[in-house]
Design a protein around this ligand. Structure first.
Ligand code: NAP
Length: 338
């Protein structure tokens, strides 16, 4: 039976999530990859326990994480049951619905029917009465935004989630969603966008409003938790000398994972230069990539993935060096623009 490390709150930094009452760890752990039936249960358990021992209080899931879809929630439920559930009140558990889960017209996107049924299934798989954060995983072009937001509102009112969030909504969709949720009386807690040195759409200004997603979130006091901050492992030293067989690319996973095509010679050149710069700063490239996201005060928490405890420790050490000089930031831009 797991017993948590008594000093677990000594090294982590906690940030307020937007203007809410909730604090999140600067680094959160996601279970998209490495928690399916193709992965080793003992390893996933050690990653989760180690994360909590190091102050990671926030674990991010979704209905479709696996493989197969649902398996990550099942494995997380099993790990909770091995003693972590004694700390339930110290843990933030997130899940989502939006992508394909089951056949027929009610198994994906943003209808009230799908979102509520999916959350019920997620709770069952994890053995929970409630999750802390429930997300609409992606905007649905065919369901009225009001319906999706009303479903989120009623999920909070039913007690099945404490807070709600949205993921991958663009700046304008986000503005609309925040407005509807506010009117309903359930404020949006957080937005989860893809954001890293290599993927920067959240910084782009909308043509009509001249506001970026980050601007909208900052103005409305909504938290931001970037996903794939390491570009799925590209922004680490892992692919500098070829493709390791046990890497996400080397394993040839199909569920949205990067593939060999993402590792062009141009990308490798950039990674090499970024890596040299990280070494000069006295940190690993993974740490520099995480710290680079944290320089923006609108970023609440950086949502990493890890396939080993060693990677997790490497990433956690990012918070030991978060400062960038203007010269360093400029140099990063120059490398990225090449
Ligand atoms: N909302 C959405 O639509 C959405 C979409 C995608 C992800 N997410 C969330 O974001 C989380 C993180 O996404 P992600 O896994 O793509 O994040 P990531 O942190 O960019 O990539 C994680 C992968 O990078 C490698 N890695 C991590 N730390 C490393 C280190 N220190 N040194 C070398 N390699 C390292 C590992 O790959 P190897 O397996 O190769 O070792 C690891 O599995 C997900 O688990 C999920 O919770 C959300």
């Amino acid at each position: 039976m797991y017993t948590a490390y008594p000093m677990r709150y000594d090294s982590m930094k906690y940030n307020r999530c937007g203007k809410s009452g909730l604090m999140l760890p600067a680094i959160s752990l996601g279970l998209w990859h490495n928690f399916g039936n193709v992965d080793d249960y003992a390893t996933m358990k050690s990653i989760i326990f180690h994360a909590f021992d190091k102050g990671i209080t926030h674990f991010d899931l979704a209905n479709n994480y696996g493989p197969p879809a649902g398996e990550a929630e099942k494995n997380f439920g099993k790990i909770l049951n091995e003693g972590l559930d004694n700390y339930r009140d110290e843990i933030i558990i997130s899940t989502k619905a939006g992508y394909y889960m089951w056949p027929g017209p009610y198994g994906e996107w943003g209808s009230r029917k799908y979102l509520i049924a999916s959350l019920d299934q997620s709770l069952k798989r994890m053995g929970l009465d409630y999750v802390d954060i429930f997300y609409s995983h992606r905007p649905d072009p065919d369901t009225p935004m009001e319906e999706t937001m009303m479903a989120l509102d009623s999920i909070v009112r039913s007690g099945k989630a404490l807070y709600v969030g949205i993921s991958s909504y663009d700046a304008e969709q986000t503005r609309q969603a925040l407005h509807i949720l506010k009117q309903l009386g359930t404020p949006c807690l957080i937005h989860q966008p893809k954001y890293s040195m290599f993927v920067r759409w959240v910084e782009d200004k909308n043509n009509a409003t001249h506001k970026s997603l980050l601007d909208v979130l900052g103005e409305h006091g909504v938290g931001c938790i970037p996903f794939s901050p390491l570009a799925q492992g590209l922004l680490t030293n892992k692919y500098l000398n070829g493709i390791p067989a046990d890497s996400r690319v080397g394993r040839g996973l199909s569920n949205g994972a990067i593939t060999q095509e993402n590792i062009s010679p141009e990308v490798i050149d950039k990674i090499k230069e970024l890596n040299e710069m990280a070494v000069k700063r006295g940190q690993s490239l993974a740490q520099m990539a995480i710290a680079w996201l944290m320089k923006d005060s609108r970023v609440t928490s950086v949502l990493i993935g890890a396939s080993s405890v060693k990677q997790l420790d490497d990433n956690l050490a990012a918070i030991n060096n978060l400062e960038f000089s203007e010269k360093e930031l400029l140099h990063i831009e120059q490398i990225l623009e090449k």
